[in-house]
Design a protein around this ligand. Structure first.
Ligand code: ZN
Length: 135
């Protein structure tokens, strides 16, 4: 069964931001030449995650960032002493991985969908693993 993995390096620029990584994930799929299979995007961090959402109107990303921040304010009655409890909670809202079907060498995403790396405690240097399993 053909399979491979690579790690995207992502430099985030804000404490909270969403970065469209769809083209980078598709490039990885292209590089491996896998035509049919499953692509897993996995973020190995506890304060950054990944989600799939609308790419057409950037206001959608702005709204997500603003309202996630309202849902989980930076300051609160947290016990975790590192000062980033809100970021740990936010990443549990997005999750740490997405699985995308690959057909005819292309990620199967809806017309308006993109894959977004979600930073919740930046700016930092981050990693995002991409693995495609053919079959
Ligand atoms: Zn922490």
């Amino acid at each position: 069964m053909p399979e491979t993995k690579e790690t995207l390096k992502i430099g985030t620029r804000a404490r909270i931001e969403m970065i469209d990584i769809t083209a980078d994930v598709q490039k990885a799929v292209d590089r491996w030449g896998i035509k049919e299979g499953l692509c897993v995007v996995y973020v190995p961090h506890t304060t950054a995650g990944v989600t799939i959402n609308e790419n057409a109107d950037p206001h959608v990303q702005d709204d997500i960032v603003a309202h996630v921040s309202t849902l989980v304010p930076r300051r609160g009655a947290f016990r975790h002493g590192e000062g980033n409890s809100d970021a740990h909670i936010k990443v549990s809202l997005t999750g740490s991985s997405e699985s995308i079907i690959v057909e005819r060498g292309r990620l199967v995403l809806g017309t308006w969908q993109s894959i977004f790396f979600c930073e919740f405690d930046g700016p930092r240097k981050r990693k995002c693993h991409v693995k495609v399993v053919g079959g």
